[in-house]
Design a protein around this ligand. Structure first.
Ligand code: NI
Length: 227
């Protein structure tokens, strides 16, 4: 399931983040790839242990913490410290699947990647190409979102970044281990949650049927979650 999370950062938030990363030292993106993906990848990244990446990563995590939609969709247990990449001059990332387990260099932190996230940080009109193309049940879908918007997609999916033929594509990317490992179970919970919120707008959170449905949501989450 692909889910768009609009306005994780507003325009001012994007500008503040870009001010942190734009003048930092970018390096060859293959510093972070697994062997197979290194073969297909041409871009630059901020070193994951750089001060700029840490500061900007904290800004992304802070923004995610204020997004109920992100929480409902991802049901996050662990979030990998956000990384930052840039594509220009024909750079691209060929088709690949993300590594199943991500280990943060120089620390004990590790997670199983259930969901991959791309937070777009450049105005789409400022560059050509650079679509994130995710292969799903219904074919390949190219995604290019406004700056500050984020796409969540299953880490198990084949995906690629199309060549950037004009301008520069800047994004943050990271992985999430969900409390609910199974994609279909997570999707069911998200759809139930969304439906409950929609009905609650008409009937109020204290409507007896809403209280009962909310209880069902939490009891399903209790069955399926590792917390
Ligand atoms: Ni990837």
């Amino acid at each position: 399931m692909m889910i768009e999370i609009p306005e994780v950062l507003d325009a001012a938030g994007v500008a503040r983040l870009r001010a942190v990363i734009d003048d930092a030292a970018w390096v060859d993106g293959n510093a972070t790839s697994g062997h197979q993906s290194a073969l297909a990848k041409r871009n630059t990244q901020l070193p994951e242990d750089s001060a700029a990446a840490r500061q900007a990563g904290a800004m992304v995590l802070d923004a995610l913490g204020r997004s109920p939609l992100f929480f409902a969709a991802a049901l996050p247990l662990k979030i990998f410290p956000p990384l930052f990449n840039s594509y220009a001059g024909g750079e691209a990332f060929g088709i690949h699947v993300d590594n199943a387990v991500r280990i943060q260099r120089g620390s004990e932190f590790r997670l199983r990647s259930d969901l991959s996230a791309t937070l777009f940080l450049e105005d789409p009109d400022a560059y050509d190409g650079g679509e994130l193309v995710v292969e799903g049940q219904f074919g390949a879908r190219p995604v290019k979102l406004p700056a500050g918007h984020m796409l969540l997609y299953p880490s198990s999916s084949l995906h690629r970044v199309a060549p950037v033929t004009r301008g520069r594509r800047v994004a943050s990317f990271f992985w999430i281990q969900s409390m609910v490992r199974d994609t279909e179970a997570r999707r069911t919970l998200f759809e139930l949650d969304t439906a409950i919120q929609t009905i609650a707008q008409d009937r109020g959170q204290d409507d007896p049927a809403i209280i009962q449905l909310t209880g069902i949501y939490h009891n399903l989450l209790r069955r399926w979650a590792d917390a």
